[in-house]
Design a protein around this ligand. Sequence first.
Ligand SMILES: [Zn+2]
Ligand SMILES: [Zn+2]
Length: 261
Amino acid sequence: MGLCFTVLGSGSSGNATLVSDGETHILVDVGLSGRETARRLREIGLEPERVSAIVISHEHGDHCRGVGPFAKSLDIPVFMTEEAFGSSGLRLDARKLRPIRPGEGFAIGGIGVTGFSVPHDATDPLGFVLEKDGVRVSIALDLGFLSNLVLERLRGSDGIVLESNHDERLLKVGPYPWALKQRVMSRRGHLSNDSVAHYLANDFDGRAAVVVLAHLSKQNNLPELALLSARRALEERAGPQAPQTRIELAHPDRIGPTFRY
Ligand SMILES: [Zn+2]
Ligand SMILES: [Zn+2]
């Protein structure tokens, strides 16, 4: 079997994605509670004991709050940067920690993993490319803008999980205090629907069979808006070279479909 991925949940209440080749099962972020992560894994037929490794993007709670409880009774390594670990306050048996660095690839079973730096207000935050036999899945969840490095890392992906956090208009008129609005909109904050649309219309290489829009804000976005904006952007590339890419949504409270390659 090639590579497959399933977004177990995504949003400010918690993020977790499973990437698997059928033998090696990698959890990218454990931002749901340990118990909820285990429950969702069982729901897709995977006993938590079979998880091979955890890879963490950054220290914000919605990406790592479940790591300690989830990994506690399991003998699994946790890959994250030392800086992120230092800032996280995670309670974790130090023997489980596998320090990683942006740009340096490593292997977990038969799956190659490389972290790449993303612009976000955390300590050394990362996105990830996971690769097997030429199939590539990329995950970029919290980022203020699509830097050249991020664009380069997303290129050639067969599946992409990308943040489409907020609608700029909804954010501006929404309930957040001004300082928080500024933070979300900043270049170290979160990606807007418009940024994703701009990416899909201009920079996306059209290769991915699916782009999953993730980390949608409950207060400052609507699933329909995010979907519409992304689908429109792809449609605008009409013509013989128009990508056949599916746009899907990730949800905070339910498991998404499994995409297989
Ligand atoms: Zn974050
Ligand atoms: Zn987040």
